[in-house]
Ligand binder design. Structure first.
Ligand SMILES: [Zn+2]
Length: 67
């Protein structure tokens, strides 16, 4: 598994996930990754790219035959 930088304990760890995006007025901002241990320790919730189920609905739901 790839080892990525954990911004919380400032070291490389496996299973890091993006937990916070820091937006700044100037500059690129930053994306903070935390490893599993730090997420548990700090109570961090990883951000998920996918929208939650039920919000990606396309058009009205089909509940029956349309003819
Ligand atoms: Zn960590």
């Amino acid at each position: 598994m790839l080892r990525d930088w954990c911004s919380w304990h400032e070291g490389y760890a496996e299973g890091t996930k993006l937990v916070k995006i820091v937006e700044t007025g100037s500059g690129p901002g930053g994306m903070l990754y935390a490893c599993g241990e730090c997420r548990v320790e700090r109570g961090l919730t990883p951000l998920v790219d996918e929208p939650p189920p039920g919000r990606a609905r396309r058009g009205p739901p089909r509940t029956g035959p349309s003819t």
